[in-house]
Design a protein around this ligand. Sequence first.
Ligand code: BES
Ligand code: ZN
Ligand code: ZN
Length: 483
Amino acid sequence: MIPLKIVKAERPEEGLTTIYLLENKEGIATLGLKPGERSFAESQLSGEKRIAVLNRLDYRLYLVLPDDKGNDVHKKEKLREAAYKLVKLLREYHETDLQVADRLKDSNFVLSFLEGLALSVYRFDKYLTGKNGKKDAVDPENILLISEHISEEDLSELAGVIRAVRYARDLVNEPVSWLNAVRLSEAFQKMGKKAGFRVEVFHKQKIESLRMGGLLAVNRGSIDPPTFTVMEWNPENAVNKKPVVLVGKGVVFDTGGLSLKPTKDSMDTMKSDMAGAAAVSAAIYALARNKIPCHVVGLVPATDNRPDGNAYAPGDVITMYDGTTVEVLNTDAEGRMILADALAYATQYAPELVIELSTLTGAAAIAIGKYGIVGMGTAPEEEFSVLGKSGEDVYERVVRFPFWDEYKELLKSDIADLKNIGGREAGAITAGKFLEHFTDYPYIHLDIAGPAFVQGENSWQGKGATGIGVRLLYDFLKKRCRV
Ligand code: BES
Ligand code: ZN
Ligand code: ZN
């Protein structure tokens, strides 16, 4: 797949397929259409319809009339949605080269539209051979943008973020037959080289010498070694003195281990169990690529989780990196085992904030589905409200769950400091409370189990991996580190 390229142009080109972004219906009159075309466009854009297509001899005009109801968040999302619908049409008409004429009032809006276009064009076609014809699908490739609102810098920043989301989606879509823990850490190293951030990978021996008991326990059923990756973007002009640490769950495949995933279909999408890790690395990529003055550290513990002769077993007591003992009562609650070590490792940075992203619980997905991220933690109200605002802006919405200490009761073990599962109730929250035990700093836990990987395509988030979390973290940290 060829990524979409967007460049600025001074004036529209004659005879090229054009997308007009219109502020309102009156805008149709300003396009210099022939009378027949004009009335045809007006009739197409009646009622709820937001896109009109006009056929010229060997090119087309697409008129897009965004929904003008609601607030800015709503309008931006409507523009991304319109872009998604448009991409379907553009593919039908085999449009590869086109121009976008921005006739909107506000600069933010055209960026949302372009973002929607670029995110909708993504496909994971690495394994298509062409034999079933799917590989030949035609995507939009080159866009000329005619807009008073947008600078070259805006476009370059957008390109950096889109590239990051594509990295995240590619990693999540990649099956474990290729992407084991070592290859995941190699992918981070490549991203680090490209964008200029530091990447250090701890291999098994180092992980053993650090005594990361949680990560090593989960890895015991695997024939592939674990990795622990430390990423760092610390530009000279960084605004924050203490870093923000991002932690991502890097389970490259989750079978459940000896507590093997039981129900039909429950394992099919578990290559996506490293979506938190993908989001963390890609967000740091975008921050570095766009030179955002923010000191961030990324930590990714990675392994697969499988049953085997030596696999960790229910009943085992594991001594974690920080010395806490954990009674394992379900080996499918492996995410918290490896994340606990990473969260304890983060204490050495004395971070001003730690945000951890993970496809942690089915319970989070059951609670709110693919439409949002489940958030909770110990960070001050203000942090949650700023993160919530970013979530609305980029439409990766965070819904906050309670984090009351009563939930800790459910994690008490008779023979160890903690057990690794609560009861049937409040599964997403007890997972978060388990992780809290390993933190001593302001902490936000984001459970992305619902939106990380989606089955049917119905939006710019795509089919399969969505790359959720990348734009959220980027937007949040960019605003935090504004000079
Ligand atoms: N990776 C899963 C969570 C998951 C489920 C992510 C569905 C995406 C979609 C996680 O490791 C897991 O298996 N969690 C268990 C925890 C339970 C054993 C306490 C779960 O949610 O069932
Ligand atoms: Zn699991
Ligand atoms: Zn898992």
